[in-house]
Ligand binder design. Structure first.
Ligand code: ATP
Length: 322
């Protein structure tokens, strides 16, 4: 079946580069002779009929903007079978033949449910956490790691001046990709990720003391969120080492900002690939990046794939930061 009208929406946590993906989807659809509408506020817009027609100029001047111009949301109603049915019915009423869903794993589950209810969907991976198992890369990761790195560098300046230790909590949801990348980039004395069990004495106290005995006078420790209480950790580390230690939680600032070149380019490639599938009536798939290639997978298979932080990369970062 060839599609006449498709929709694009952003769902779940926002990520820098989502706009570049929306732009790519809209422009590719128009190039392929399809109509395209933007659904506002994630899946919620399908219930409220909150859709806007997107012409080529509707996506002008957004490639460089963080956040998402379509808005995003977490829709509880859409999680129910009745909600999905209602959304599918509404799509049919609005003449929407297929949807590109830009978001994370949760959003892909919704895309699968909608596909099974007769509206073919294609997922585009976008989250700053890079925790989508089917792809090496997710839109937003590069921007977020650069933001966190820049902020950690600023903390380094003051830690260095005061001979302090700075414990920095970065985002990542339940994955350590962001922490590992940032920790490596800032030369952290210790990087704590949820995938690798850590021992406070061995992995933090001993490492800091070893570095201190090597003449080091300031220390950065990067901790992924949801692994421990960084304020408690700072207190304990100061007690054990006598080194003045402060904790900083970077928080949602990591989600913002203009997307990097990497995120804009990946978003453009993913957006194009998604529409190329959808235009031929192919749905229930996600696009992904594997070993530098853009590929696509069945959503069910994609959701059941495994991915972890690279233990070798963590080993290297730790060996070098003594
Ligand atoms: P991120 O991880 O970046 O926050 P995400 O897409 O994983 O992104 P979620 O909040 O998990 O974020 O999911 C976004 C939306 O997708 C939910 O609010 C809900 O509407 C829909 N969704 C999530 N899980 C399911 C599911 N099992 N079935 C149907 N819809 C779902």
């Amino acid at each position: 079946m060839s599609m006449k009208k498709i929709a694009v929406l952003t769902s779940g946590g926002d990520a820098p580069g989502m706009n570049a993906a929306v732009r790519a989807v809209v422009r590719t659809a128009l190039y392929r002779g399809m109509k395209v509408v933007g659904v506002l506020n994630g899946y919620n817009g399908l219930f409220d009929g909150d859709v806007v027609e997107m012409g080529p100029r509707a996506v002008s001047d957004i490639i460089q903007r963080g956040g998402t111009v379509l808005g995003t949301a977490r829709s509880d109603k859409f999680r129910t079978p009745e909600g999905v049915k209602e959304a599918a019915e509404n799509c049919k009423k609005m003449g929407i033949d297929g949807i590109v869903v830009i978001g994370g794993d949760g959003s892909f589950r919704g895309a699968r449910d909608l596909s099974l209810n007769g509206i073919p969907c294609i997922g585009i991976p976008a989250t700053i956490d890079n925790d989508i198992t089917s792809t090496d890369y997710t839109i937003g990761f590069d921007t977020a790691t650069n933001t966190a790195c820049e902020l950690a560098d600023k903390l380094r300046d003051t830690s260095q001046s005061h001979c302090r230790c700075s414990i920095i909590e970065v985002m990542g949801r339940h994955a350590g990709h962001l922490a590992l990348q940032v920790g490596t980039a800032v030369g952290a004395t210790s990087i704590i990720v949820p995938e690798v069990e850590y021992d406070f004495k061995r992995d933090i106290v001993d490492r800091v003391m070893y570095a201190k005995n090597n003449g080091k006078q300031h220390y950065l420790i990067i901790v992924a969120e949801n692994t421990c209480d960084v304020n408690e950790m700072a207190k304990k580390l100061q007690e054990e080492t006598g080194i003045n230690t402060r904790a900083t939680v970077l928080g949602h600032v990591q989600r913002g900002g203009s997307p990097t070149v990497c995120d804009r380019v990946m978003a453009t490639k993913f957006g194009f690939a998604a529409v190329e599938l959808l235009k031929d009536g192919i749905g229930n798939r996600v696009v992904a990046s594997k070993n530098g290639e853009i590929v696509n997978y069945d959503i069910y298979e994609a959701l059941n794939m495994q991915k972890s932080v690279d233990a070798d990369d963590l080993y290297i970062a730790h060996r070098i930061s003594i």
